[in-house]
Ligand binder design. Structure first.
Ligand SMILES: NC(=O)c1ccc[n+]([C@@H]2O[C@H](COP(=O)([O-])OP(=O)(O)OC[C@H]3O[C@@H](n4cnc5c(N)ncnc54)[C@H](OP(=O)(O)O)[C@@H]3O)[C@@H](O)[C@H]2O)c1
Length: 343
């Protein structure tokens, strides 16, 4: 039986994702925000960072000040490596607490791969086995059984929503998959200018990490659960806009498949979803169609070569790719309507 109000803390509240989380959760009818945590901005009011947030909320505090006993749900929106340390300390001590981690700490199950891609040792091996990697639409029946949710990466969300059903039904070839993704620069977090030596993000389209992007590890792990022979190229870009992702996915159809069957399969899979929308065949699609929403819009297009198709998939990286999906995951974990407080 769900409590009327879930007591929550948002850790990393002043980051790009954290602010979208606070914005959504401050209006959610089943949430009471008890603490907002930051590292450097202690004592400040959250609405001095984002004027969309109207509700009077607790001032920013250090995590040491959090009263864990009286909480239900912890949202962690921190740099990679931080959530595993904190959840390790809390998980066995506070057995009623549930955690939604928006970093990569619980996404990668192979610790060597985590070290290779994130340059850090993982200290919470036992807990990874107790966590669930969750694109909400694809894990509806599992979410209630877990206390730690690994919220997926933004690019992987836009890519897996269309790809997974088609791979499961063997409607596309598992080889030669080319994924060309474009993201607003908020995808790199509020310190994006410090993370790259490149200077003109707001004015240019920027290709990067073509040979080793972190999300490749997560994609490889999840897609190989469906077909271990999968082969793909993932080529990310940052574009001169603040938010939004458009992934263009180039695929070879199986001989017995057709573009209409593919569209029908996606429509069938997401028939009950509040957020995944399949457009008419060959529709144009842009990030402007989805920003500030938790939607994932998908358009399946015929290429000039008959056996090839192009799928466009658009999301808001900070909402369906992060904060919105985290709240969607929480809703299902607690038996609430999937879209509660998000639409
Ligand atoms: N940006 C995206 O599109 C996106 C999408 C999906 C997932 N993610 C993931 O979500 C997480 C947050 O991303 P972001 O883009 O919001 O990053 P960000 O803008 O850099 O924000 C990071 C936040 O973490 C806080 N912080 C850093 N170290 C801390 C510590 N030791 N204790 C408490 N707070 C600490 C910062 O607080 P102060 O500066 O106030 O101290 C800030 O609020 C990352 O793991 C990222 O990979 C991001």
């Amino acid at each position: 039986m769900i409590k009327n109000r879930l007591n929550s803390v948002i850790i990393g509240a002043t980051g790009y994702v954290g602010l979208d989380l606070v914005n959504i959760l401050s209006k959610h009818p089943n949430i009471k925000i008890k603490h907002l945590c930051s590292q450097k901005n202690l004592g400040k009011r959250i609405n001095s960072f984002d004027n969309r947030i109207k509700k009077k909320l607790p001032k920013l505090s250090n995590i040491n000040k959090v009263d864990w006993k009286n909480l239900d749900i912890v949202f962690l929106s921190l740099p990679n490596g931080e959530a595993q340390k904190l959840i390790n300390k809390l998980f066995f001590k506070y057995k009623n607490l549930k955690f939604i981690d928006l970093s990569a700490d619980f996404r990668i199950t192979d610790l060597n791969l985590y070290k290779k891609y994130y340059g850090k040792k993982h200290f919470a091996n036992k807990l990874i086995k107790k966590s669930l990697y969750s694109i909400t639409e694809l894990s509806l029946t599992k979410l209630k059984k877990f206390r730690i949710i690994a919220n997926p990466g933004c690019y992987p969300t836009s890519i897996q929503i269309p790809l997974i059903p088609l791979l499961k039904k063997k409607m596309i070839e598992p080889y030669n998959i080319i994924i060309d993704s474009k993201s607003g620069y908020s995808g790199a977090g509020k310190k994006y200018k410090l993370k790259f030596s490149y200077k003109n993000f707001e004015l240019s389209t920027y290709g990067y990490a073509a040979n080793k992007h972190r999300h490749e590890a997560e994609l490889d792990q999840e897609l190989k659960k469906i077909n271990k022979n999968i082969k793909f190229i993932f080529n990310p870009h940052l574009i001169p806009t603040f938010r939004g992702i458009l992934s263009s996915i180039y695929l070879v159809k199986k001989n017995n498949s057709s573009i209409d069957l593919i569209i029908n399969e996606l429509k069938k899979t997401y028939k009950k979803s509040s957020f995944v929308k399949i457009k008419k065949k060959n529709s144009p699609l842009g990030t402007g169609d989805v920003i500030h929403t938790n939607n994932c819009e998908i358009s399946v297009c015929q290429s000039k070569e008959k056996n090839k198709i192009i799928i466009f998939s658009a999301i808001d990286n900070l909402i369906k790719g992060a904060a919105g999906q985290a709240v969607q995951n929480m809703n299902v974990m607690y038996g609430l309507k999937e879209s509660k407080g998000i639409k």
